[in-house]
Design a protein around this ligand. Structure first.
Ligand code: ATP
Length: 255
């Protein structure tokens, strides 16, 4: 009983039977999965598989056609503000207001999230994301990699229990991407956060994710440990497995 309770409290995100239909397109088709505390789960799939649609529903930006989403036990449909106050995200397609400086942006989002000791929190994040030199620079004047780092700092402002990252390292150079992956891993290891991470970089996914979900045409086709799955299906690496799932899913056979 005690074990069951601790397993339940470990669940940060629970998605059940999620569907999204855009006119005649079924973008997400009966998707169910969980993300636990300390876990980094990779949401993988080819272009158009339904990753961003899934993340947008979890963020409450898109309404599901069917299915349920619970964040920290709160139902997103009926207890929206409670579900979302412990959530945050970063995505390249949602840049921060470009006419505000880095510090102004972090301050405004910090106030929106009701972050305590905000000035101190901003100082810590500027240091962790190597942004101290950009504190008073307008976000619109930053390079795309610098903007990504500000978005990640913003995503951690409220120390969220659920962190959604849509291709967080896509615009970063390899050295910065490695530092950022390490920072996010440390953040997850601190113990109260679960991370859902989309990426097209299979090397990164193998390095960072504890578990992956392969999405194709809106359905989860495979799930498991990214370091174990390739050999389970007779493939040399995750990239080969990804290409097979994307192009010839019917040929997949467990080795
Ligand atoms: P990518 O890797 O290219 O970002 P994705 O896995 O995030 O792809 P989605 O953006 O979720 O894929 O799109 C899933 C499907 O839904 C695609 O077929 C897309 O064309 C369709 N779609 C997405 N948004 C809309 C919309 N607003 N109206 C109609 N169809 C949409």
């Amino acid at each position: 009983m005690e074990n069951l309770r601790s397993m339940e409290t470990a669940i940060v995100l629970s998605v059940t039977g999620l569907r999204k239909q855009y006119g005649g397109v079924l973008a997400v088709d009966d998707v169910s999965f969980e993300v636990r505390r300390k876990e980094i789960v990779g949401l993988l799939g080819p272009n158009g598989a339904g990753k961003t649609t899934t993340i947008s529903m979890i963020l409450g930006v898109l309404e599901p056609t069917a299915g349920g989403i619970r964040i920290e036990g709160s139902d997103l449909a009926t207890n929206r503000s409670h579900a979302l106050e412990r959530t945050n995200f970063a995505a390249a397609y949602t840049p921060l207001p470009g006419n505000l400086t880095v510090a102004q942006n972090l301050r405004i989002f910090g106030l929106l999230y009701g972050v305590r000791n905000l000035a101190e929190r901003i100082d810590t994040l500027l240091r962790q994301f190597d942004l101290e030199g950009f504190r008073d620079v307008k976000c619109g004047a930053l390079s795309s990699g610098e903007q990504t780092r500000v978005s990640l700092a913003k995503a951690m402002l409220n120390a969220p229990n659920l962190l959604l990252l849509d291709e967080p390292t896509a615009s970063l150079d390899p050295a910065t991407a490695r530092d950022i992956r390490a920072r996010i891993r440390e953040f997850a290891a601190e113990g109260h956060t679960g991370v859902l991470w989309t990426s097209h970089n299979m090397y990164e996914v193998e390095e960072v994710c504890d578990r992956v979900l392969f999405l194709s045409h809106g359905k989860i086709l495979l799930a498991g440990d990214p370091r174990q799955l390739p050999s389970d299906y007779g493939k040399d690496n995750l990239e080969e497995l990804f290409i097979t799932v994307a192009r010839e899913p019917l040929t997949l056979e467990q080795a």
